[in-house]
Design a protein around this ligand. Structure first.
Ligand code: PEP
Ligand code: MG
Length: 324
C-alpha cells in the first residue's frame, strides 16, 4: 500500500461496501506549526497535553494553557479536537513534580494525580473551556479511568469549572466529554462508564500493557507485548458492546489504530473512528478502502479463533497480501 499513497489524499476513508470509518490525528505539538496531516484528518482524536507541561519548569498557568489549546482548536475548527486532560506519571514524569515509585505504571498517574490536586485539573479545564469560546469544537477526554467514582469526581469538577466561568460572565459551553478505556477494569465496566459520558476512546497502548502485564517500554519483555493479542481483541469487543447499550461512539487512539493490520480488525469490530499519528493516515486509509466491512468481519472472526497474537498477525498479513 505504500506506492501511490498520495493518490488517496482527499478521498473518503470508507470500505468497498460504503462503511465510513473516519480517521483522526494524534498530536501533542506546542509550536505554531500546523501539524502534519492537518488537511487529511477528520479532526484531532487525541491531543496529548503533557508536552506543554514538560517543556516548562513549572505548571503552566491558565492563560498559557489557553493560548496553547486555542491554537490547536483554531487550526482544526470546525472539525472536532479531543483534548486529553493531563496524563503525567507512569512513563511521563514532570521534572518539577517528582514522583518516586517502584511501580509507576501502577501508581500515581493520569486522573489519579489530578483528582488529588483538583486545582491542577480545574486550571486545565478552565483553560480548555475558555479556549473553545466561539469555536465550540472542543471534546474533553479523561485518561486512566479505573473506577466509576473517578469519573464522577472528574465530571463534577468539570461542571464546577463551567459554573465558575459562567458566573464570571464568560459564554462557555459544556463540551462532549469522553473516558479513555485503557485499564482492564474499565473494559468490564464499559457500560457504566458509557452511561456517564458522551463517548469512549480506547487507549490500546496502555490496555495491552495492563492486559498482558507487559511494561510497554521494557525491552526485556517487548516480545510479549502484542496489541493484536486475542485478549486485546476481546477487550475491544466488550468495550464496544458496553458503549452500544447507551448508544455511545467508540474511538481507538492507541498505536493499534495506526497499524494497517489493527485497522482491519477494528473495522470488523465496528468502532466508530480511529485516531493515529500523521504518518499512518494514508496507509490506514488505503487498507480501509481495499476491503469490505463484511470481509473485515470474517477476518475478525478468524482472528478470534486464533490462540495467540502471532497467529492473528500471520492471518492478517496473509489476508492483506492477498488484497495487494
Ligand atoms: C494509549 O494508552 O493507548 C494512549 C493512546 O495513550 P498514551 O499512549 O498517551 O498513554
Ligand atoms: Mg494511555
Amino acid at each position: 500500500f505504500t506506492a501511490g499513497l498520495d493518490t488517496l489524499r482527499g478521498l473518503p476513508s470508507q470500505s468497498t461496501d460504503g462503511y465510513h470509518l473516519p480517521l483522526y490525528l494524534n498530536t501533542g505539538l506546542v509550536s505554531e506549526q500546523r501539524p502534519a496531516g492537518s488537511d487529511e484528518a477528520a479532526g484531532v482524536g487525541l491531543y496529548r497535553t503533557e508536552l506543554p507541561f514538560l517543556v516548562r519548569d513549572r505548571f503552566p498557568g491558565e492563560s498559557a494553557q489557553r493560548s496553547n489549546y486555542r491554537l490547536i482548536l483554531q487550526t482544526f475548527a470546525p472539525r472536532p479536537v479531543t483534548i486529553r486532560t493531563l496524563d503525567i506519571g507512569g512513563d511521563k514524569p514532570l521534572p518539577y513534580f517528582p514522583v518516586e515509585e517502584s511501580n509507576p505504571f501502577l501508581g500515581w498517574r493520569g486522573i489519579r494525580i489530578v483528582l488529588d490536586h483538583p486545582q491542577i485539573f480545574m486550571t486545565q479545564i478552565r483553560a480548555m473551556l475558555t479556549a473553545a469560546v466561539g469555536l465550540n469544537n472542543l471534546h474533553i477526554l479523561l485518561p486512566m479511568i479505573t473506577n466509576v467514582s473517578e469519573l464522577d469526581d472528574a465530571l463534577r469538577l468539570i461542571h464546577r469549572a463551567y459554573d465558575e466561568l459562567t458566573d464570571e460572565g464568560q459564554v462557555v459551553q459544556l463540551p462532549p466529554i469522553g473516558a479513555m478505556i485503557e485499564v482492564p477494569a474499565a473494559v468490564y465496566q464499559a457500560e457504566a462508564i458509557a452511561k456517564r459520558v458522551n463517548f469512549l476512546s480506547v487507549g490500546t497502548n496502555d490496555l495491552t500493557q495492563y492486559l498482558l502485564a507487559v511494561d510497554r517500554n521494557n525491552p526485556h519483555v517487548a516480545r510479549l507485548y502484542d496489541d493484536l493479542h486475542p485478549a486485546v481483541l476481546k477487550a475491544l469487543i466488550a468495550t464496544v458492546d458496553g458503549a452500544r447499550v447507551h448508544g455511545r461512539p467508540v474511538s481507538v487512539c492507541g498505536e493499534m489504530a495506526g497499524d494497517p493490520l489493527g485497522a482491519v480488525l477494528l473495522l470488523g469490530i465496528g468502532v466508530d473512528s480511529l485516531s493515529m499519528s500523521a504518518a499512518s493516515l494514508l496507509r490506514v486509509k488505503g487498507v480501509i478502502r481495499s476491503l469490505s466491512r463484511a470481509r473485515a468481519r470474517e477476518l475478525l472472526s478468524d482472528a478470534l479463533a486464533c490462540d495467540t497474537g502471532a497467529a492473528v498477525r500471520q492471518l492478517l498479513r496473509a489476508a492483506l497480501d492477498d488484497l495487494g
